[in-house]
Design a protein around this ligand. Structure first.
Ligand code: KG4
Ligand code: ZN
Length: 333
């Protein structure tokens, strides 16, 4: 099955062509990060407008690189949410127009399910599995009994972990997106600031990161008032140590409670080098899979990977309609 997949939920215009769920024939990701950097975050209206400018070219390049003809495509898949509504609409309209013009079936894929299935591109999912989904908008522990079955075990009560990374970075005068920079500087510093480990004492699987973020902001502001300097590397190391202590401990607890065969770590924050190293060391008794770095942040290949199983689970959908989740409980995400 040849799948043409489209992702435009935030500031990446991405199209990929996949053969079944494993073979990525082409994969284009056009990032707008340099445009949004000057504003310290993604500006939704600017993101939508740039998707409009580039989307057709990204489609053409992906098909060209895959070495296929439009008629070879069996299924079109597009991110249907969650995300920035203007950005989503550009991808959905482009994919729907393409499907209509070439008489192909089209399905809508949940962005978070896409992130989880990114792990299946280079590994084999085994069930029951536990997914730790950590991105700019989400922090979730999800139990998967089988393909396309999702039970939310825990989520964040406030900030998502990636969002906390970005806000802490901004407070420290680092550029956007903050996650990769904080991760890099954390490796150069030490955990000296004694930050809180939010919710670590709770037996539930929920998270909270706004208190931790506020702790960093308060320390930075107090230091400014006293004309003291903050050791940025040590602050990054302290923040990251606190985040990882919580993420890894909750993941370990959920994996033990549900006795899963595999742990899947996915989403933009899964690119975190500290997390990738520590989770293997601290949960040595379970198989842990995660996408390679290029499939952690937003990309269309992950949407194609999920589409293969979604199509399999739901069966053929009416042509030209974005598939709903009907019998599946994926709406929970
Ligand atoms: O999955 P993603 O590309 O977009 C969303 O769906 O949100 O995730 C983007 C988030 C940003 O908050 C970014 O700072 C964070 O992932 N991120 C990281 C790293 N790389 C990206 N956070 C921590 N460490 C990283 N290495
Ligand atoms: Zn994402």
């Amino acid at each position: 099955m040849i799948i043409l997949a489209v992702e435009s939920s935030c500031d990446e215009s991405s199209v990929a062509v996949l053969k079944d769920y494993k073979e990525v024939l082409s994969h284009i990701v056009l990032s707008q990060i340099d445009i949004h950097k000057v504003y310290g975050g993604v500006v939704p209206e600017i993101a939508s407008r740039n998707h409009v400018v580039h989307m057709t070219r990204v489609f053409e390049q992906a098909i060209l690189n895959a070495g296929i003809k439009e008629s070879d495509i069996d299924l079109v898949a597009v991110t249907r949410g969650p995300g920035l509504i203007g950005s989503l609409l550009v991808g959905i309209n482009a994919a729907t127009a393409f499907a209509f013009a070439h008489q192909k079936p089209i399905i809508g894929i949940n962005h978070l399910i896409g992130h989880i299935y990114a792990a299946n591109l280079e590994h084999e999912m085994k069930f029951p599995a536990l997914a730790l989904l950590v991105s700019g908008g989400h922090t979730e522990l999800i139990y998967m009994e089988k393909h396309m079955s999702f039970k939310m075990l825990g989520t964040t009560f406030d900030d998502a972990v990636g969002e906390a990374y970005d806000k802490v970075a901004r407070t420290l005068g680092l550029s956007y997106p903050g996650g990769p920079i904080v991760d890099k500087l954390a490796a150069l510093g030490k955990d000296t600031y004694n930050l809180p480990r939010p919710f670590l004492d709770k037996t539930k699987f929920d998270f909270s990161f706004s208190g931790l973020k506020s702790a960093v902001i308060n320390l930075v502001h107090n230091a400014e008032q006293r004309n003291e300097t903050i050791d940025v590397n040590n602050m990054c190391a302290s923040f990251q140590a606190s985040v990882l202590d919580v993420l890894i401990e909750k993941t370990r607890l959920a994996a033990d409670t549900y006795d899963v065969k595999q742990i899947i770590v996915a989403g933009g924050v899964a690119a975190n080098r500290g997390l990738r190293a520590r989770i293997h060391q601290e949960i040595p008794n379970r198989e842990i899979i995660m996408p390679s770095m290029k499939y952690c942040t937003d990309n269309a290949a992950m949407i194609g990977a999920a589409a293969f199983y979604y199509n399999d689970a739901v069966g053929p959908l009416p042509n030209y309609l974005l598939g709903g989740s009907s019998t599946l409980n994926i709406e929970e995400l």
